[in-house]
Design a protein around this ligand. Structure first.
Ligand SMILES: Cc1cc2nc3c(=O)[nH]c(=O)nc-3n(C[C@H](O)[C@H](O)[C@H](O)COP(=O)(O)OP(=O)(O)OC[C@H]3O[C@@H](n4cnc5c(N)ncnc54)[C@H](O)[C@@H]3O)c2cc1C
Length: 461
């Protein structure tokens, strides 16, 4: 716990950290009992220290099905259903057929991941901040949205952003000379600065023969694109870039008001990357086990609390008059597929450039925010012409809203803390040692969690 506190700018909470460690330990043992294929170590014991995503999801899916749950694959949720008592369901579209679906439920858990702004980073192109927008429309807050500028190193020719192995890389200019100060863990800013003017190359040349064998066995997919290109990353230089992972390897998300993962809106809970990870990571995560541990633990607690809430509704559950919480589409604002693509490009122009999102200043953030506010006014009531476009349009709305919460929070945090780096405030300011909440749709608000330091409050629209 101590090793991560400084990295996260001392915004994590040891109580939450302890709970997550304990719950993850219990869940790992539970998985073993349920048949997760953990490897056997040299002493013949089940080695319960690592999870493979696909295996984990396969087992969880089996358990969910066994419990009688119907799974709607490829069926994005577009809207929450609400009444005066809170959230009571959701509706969306089945991508394959374009049909709409509606689910009425005693409670809803948002577990839709973070937002990586369609940057094509590995595993992230389905993460467009939809859950943030759904939550905000229902009246929930977000927090830690300034911690949203994660960029991962990847080869130029691939989307694989597994960055752990770059710990053993050296970074080079095109002429083969070493870029001083460039590095994966410390020195990513040097790589970004260099990329602004010229290509950057890497080579995993700080590895031993034994490490190389181990690395291939541990992360086969890291090497796939190299093998296809006929490049040996241990002995040959290869061009690298940095792909935006936004809040996925940032820490911002839907704010939780208590340990049950409640959002403050009755009947609405959040889990995993959709929820703020500040409680265990503060303002920095990078990669690593705490993220999956958070997903596993918050999923467990949110499930437990949502079930209890649904039961507490009793027969009232069947008497609800639910309506959609989303912003209303106006037929006079019909947009074509091409216009939606233009708007996606417009959001990306604001969040991808290092000069706006990584190297932050008052001027660049405020200018970008101005453009994002006008983009929001442009997309908020837009209507799509078909089901596929409706999903894409919703993604644009969510990404635009997310970017506005990000930059409004980044403007309010006039210091450097965690992954949030302000060039105009390069130091950490002890008087800003608080979490920032944000929210709002047409008018975005930001305020410290405690509510006492009102000097940083800003309102933007
Ligand atoms: C390259 C990479 C490597 C990582 N390595 C590690 C690691 O080694 N260890 C670790 O602990 N963590 C790691 N992480 C982080 C980890 O993957 C996440 O913390 C974890 O996947 C979060 O789980 P989740 O279920 O909350 O969200 P996700 O896994 O992101 O799942 C969210 C799901 O919601 C779906 N969705 C989105 N919008 C909607 C909508 N509107 N309607 C319906 N569904 C929707 C998405 O399609 C997706 O399936 C890594 C992340 C990346 C990007």
């Amino acid at each position: 716990m101590k090793s991560r506190e400084a990295l996260g700018g001392y915004l994590a909470d040891r109580g939450w950290m302890r709970r997550v460690l304990d719950q993850t330990y219990a869940n790992m043992n539970d998985l073993a009992v349920s048949g997760y294929p953990f490897p056997i170590d040299d002493e013949g014991q089940s080695y319960r220290r690592s999870l493979q995503g696909p295996e984990y999801m396969k087992l969880m899916r089996k358990r969910v099905k066994k419990a009688g749950v119907r799974i709607l694959d490829h069926s994005p949720a577009l809207e929450l259903l609400v009444d005066a008592h809170g959230v009571g369901g959701a509706s969306g579209i089945r991508s394959a057929t374009g049909e709409t679906w509606t689910v009425k439920a005693g409670a809803v858990i948002l577990a839709s991941g973070g937002c990586a702004f369609l940057s094509k980073a590995l595993g992230c192109n389905v993460l467009t901040g939809d859950g943030y927008l759904l939550a905000a429309e229902a009246g929930a807050s977000l927090s830690g949205m300034e911690f949203s500028n994660a960029y991962a190193i990847s080869p130029v020719f691939s989307t694989v952003t597994k960055t752990a192995f770059y710990t053993w890389a050296t970074f080079y200019y095109e002429d083969g000379t070493v870029i001083e100060g460039a590095g994966s863990q410390k020195g990513r800013s040097v790589i970004a600065r260099t990329l602004q003017t010229q290509p950057v190359y890497a080579r995993l040349d700080r590895t031993t023969e034994e490490m190389r064998r181990w690395m291939r066995a541990a992360q086969p997919n890291f090497f796939l694109s190299f093998d296809r290109q006929g490049i040996d990353p241990f002995t040959q230089l290869f061009p690298v870039t940095m792909r935006l992972e936004g809040t996925v390897r940032g820490t911002g998300g839907i704010h939780l008001i208590d340990e049950s993962c409640a959002t403050g809106v009755p009947g609405l809970y959040a889990a995993g990357d959709a929820a703020t990870r500040q409680f265990i990571c503060g303002g920095f995560t990078g990669g690593g086990s705490h993220n999956a541990a958070w997903a596993m633990s918050t999923g467990y607690w949110a499930g437990e609390a949502a079930a209890a809430y649904a039961v507490s509704l009793g027969s009232r559950r069947n008497e609800r008059e639910l309506t959609g919480a989303g912003v209303e589409a106006s037929v006079s604002a019909l947009v074509s597929t091409g216009e939606i693509q233009e708007r996606i490009a417009a959001v990306k122009r604001e969040v991808e450039p290092f000069d706006i999102n990584l190297f932050r200043t008052e001027t660049t953030l405020a200018q970008s925010l101005g453009r994002l506010h006008s983009l929001w006014r442009n997309v908020r009531n837009a209507a799509a012409m078909n089901a596929a476009d409706a999903v894409k349009l919703r993604e644009v709305q969510a990404m635009t809203a997310t970017a506005r919460w990000m930059y409004s929070s980044a403007l309010a945090r006039r210091e450097t803390r965690g992954m949030h780096k302000r060039l105009d405030y390069p130091g950490t300011d002890a008087s800003q040692h608080y979490r920032l909440l944000t929210g709002g749709l047409d008018e975005v608000w930001v305020k410290p969690e405690s509510g006492v330091l009102s000097s940083v409050e800003v309102r933007q629209s």
